[in-house]
Design a protein around this ligand. Structure first.
Ligand SMILES: [Zn+2]
Ligand SMILES: [Zn+2]
Length: 605
């Protein structure tokens, strides 16, 4: 195989004299097998020059474009990729199966008339779109394996095997362990899985936007440190590591200095791969070495899991007796485009688990009526055959962590839940990604707490000036468009006072205030997009689009925490210490009003 870099810059194209040597174009790598199969890894702005070169060589009539993810720096070259405009040409475009719209629609989005004069429909070439999950498939003489990377967008890494050599492409990816990102610690868990995916590669092309020193201020941005990549490469017995996705703030001289420092720190006892910074235009020829080839085939490659063909649909095995819950879950599963298989007894469940290798098993535990733990033990052995770990989710009225850990339960889904919450969780379980929407746990004193809440008789009452003036003040004081007095009921949060928002209540699943009620402490979230508990919460992703939140608990004299006084904003921001003290003062005023006799009711004698 032969690889050529056409774009090595991350985030945004950065052409100019200071980036001339390593290149200013965004991600694009051309890979060709000895048999002539043409693969293009990502099509950032570097794709323009590649397209021109293919046209000049009359070599672009058949090709395959593998997209890691649809961030702009990986797709912006597509509307400028000349071979796609040639009638009679044939191209296959592959990318991760998205969460909402199709790959085709996502790519068409950047070619709407608002942004670009030509639409996707006007490409002359015959184009086929393929949406990928994790797995393996063949493109002519090249075996392609995919595995999810750790990035804010749904992103796939690619492993290409042909001609006795391996090229792995991982951009964009952030190490799972913070320790590893700073060049320390052991390679375990998801990082180990990542290393196994690239194991034995002759060339690993890897996102390395930052240095270990820069990383602490870039946590969660979805990119690796060079030190992390060098560690992974050494652990995975990779021969050559090409660092790419160079930071747009980094000029050629800075990159030279950083590479010299990195190379000086790598052990020179033969345990380290050859690590270099990829440069635009650079060609890497990969010839199989007999010894290495033999080693590779002798070693079991754990991360390669052709559990389901990469292009096939996933399935969920559903064993829930409660008809209302079963109907809600199967609708949520169907809405995600996933197949649901039902079973009536354990024999059928075992048969289905062995046959269809589900991506997820959902069971119900409601003793003494339904023993979900027994079902879990019996199905788990089938579903988890080999290296394939199928998550098992237990639907129940309450969590039993002790029972769950021993019995093979991956996670609990506590009733009741909204359809939106079930969908978000199912999507995350099937795709093995983190669900960035976590609902609050139920407080230990929940029964007593609800009794106190109902005793103050405020739920579903008319707005009252004595509360509204406090939310008005809070909004003005913190310059926040919205302020609420929120009462957290059994399955909802209900707003006794609501300034700047046209809503009376939301489900408890999505209630920020529910977290404050559980913690019994104020919570300040400067930017929900960066918070793993809230980034995919529907109050963030749709109206009212909360970006900043600060809430103080309302704790009654009997100790019950019944709700919050909170403010939120559609911009990310924060509160300083004195601000937080003022929010507490206002929350105390709310509690005082709750304690006071209601003005519209006769005071009991
Ligand atoms: Zn990128
Ligand atoms: Zn990205």
């Amino acid at each position: 195989m032969r690889a050529q870099f056409w774009g090595t810059r991350g985030s945004i194209a950065k052409p100019g004299p200071s980036t001339a040597r390593y290149g200013g174009n965004t991600s694009c790598v051309e890979v060709r097998s000895a048999g002539g199969t043409l693969l293009v890894l990502d099509c950032g702005t570097g794709g323009h020059a590649l397209g021109q070169a293919l046209m000049a060589a009359r070599a672009g009539s058949r090709g395959h474009l593998l997209i890691s993810h649809t961030h702009w720096d990986h797709i912006q070259g597509i509307p400028f990729f000349a071979p796609l405009f040639v009638p009679g040409s044939e191209w296959d475009i592959y990318g991760p199966k998205g969460l909402g719209q199709s790959l085709r629609d996502t790519l068409a989005g950047q070619m709407q008339y608002t942004y670009f004069p030509i639409t996707l429909e006007q490409f002359g070439a015959k184009i086929r779109f393929h949406e990928l999950l994790e797995g393996s498939f063949d493109i002519d003489d090249v075996k392609v394996s995919t595995q999810y990377l750790n990035h804010p967008a749904l992103t796939l890494g690619y492993r290409l095997e042909a001609d006795g050599v391996v090229v792995a492409y991982c951009s964009d990816h952030e190490g799972h362990s913070r320790m590893l990102a700073t060049g320390q610690g052991e390679i375990t868990g998801q990082d180990l899985r990542h290393a196994e995916f690239v194991h034995g590669a002759d060339l690993l092309i890897h996102d390395a936007q930052y240095t270990a020193d820069e990383y602490p201020s870039k946590v969660g941005w979805g990119h690796s440190s060079m030190e992390y990549v060098a560690r992974i490469g050494a652990h995975a017995a990779v021969k050559r590591v090409a660092l790419t996705h160079h930071d747009p703030l980094r000029d050629d001289d800075a990159l030279d200095r950083i590479m010299a420092s990195l190379q000086a720190r790598l052990p020179n006892d033969g345990s380290s791969p050859d690590v270099f910074a990829a440069a635009e235009g650079q060609v890497v020829d990969l010839a199989p070495s007999v010894a290495a080839g033999a080693q590779r085939s002798a070693r079991k490659f754990h991360a390669e899991m052709p559990v389901e063909p990469a292009l096939a649909e996933s399935s969920v095995l559903l064993g829930v007796a409660d008809t209302k819950t079963a109907a809600a879950l199967s609708e949520a599963i169907r809405d995600e485009g996933i197949r649901a298989d039902f079973f009536l007894d354990l024999d059928e469940a075992r048969r289905l688990a062995a046959k269809s290798r589900p991506s997820l098993v959902i069971l119900e535990h409601d003793p003494p009526r339904i023993d979900g733990m027994a079902a879990c033990r019996s199905i788990g052995a089938q579903a988890n055959g080999g290296d394939h770990q199928t998550p098992v989710v237990m639907v129940a009225a309450r969590e039993d962590p002790a029972l769950g850990t021993g019995g093979g339960v991956t996670e609990w889904l506590i009733k009741p839940f909204t359809m939106a919450y079930a969908r978000a969780r199912i999507r995350a379980w099937v795709l093995r990604t983190a669900c960035r929407w976590v609902r609050a746990a139920i407080p230990e004193d929940e029964e007593r707490r609800l009794a106190s809440l109902h005793a103050v008789q405020l739920l579903d009452t008319q707005p009252e000036e004595r509360f509204d003036r406090i939310t008005r003040l809070a909004s003005a004081l913190f310059n926040a468009p919205t302020a609420l007095v929120s009462l957290v009921d059994e399955n909802r949060q209900w707003f006794k006072s609501c300034y700047g928002l046209d809503m009376k209540e939301t489900p408890r699943d999505s209630a920020f205030c529910s977290h404050v009620v559980y913690d019994r402490e104020p919570i300040v979230i400067p930017d929900t997009f960066l918070d793993a508990r809230f980034a995919e919460n529907p109050l963030v992703t749709t109206e009212p689009r909360i970006r900043f939140y600060a809430g103080c608990p309302l704790i009654l004299d009997d100790g019950a925490c019944i709700g919050t006084l909170c403010v939120f904003d559609t911009r990310p921001r924060t509160l300083n210490g004195p601000d937080l003290a003022r929010l507490r003062d206002l929350a105390d005023l709310v509690v005082q009003e709750i304690r006071a006799p209601r003005p519209d009711k006769p005071v009991p004698a």
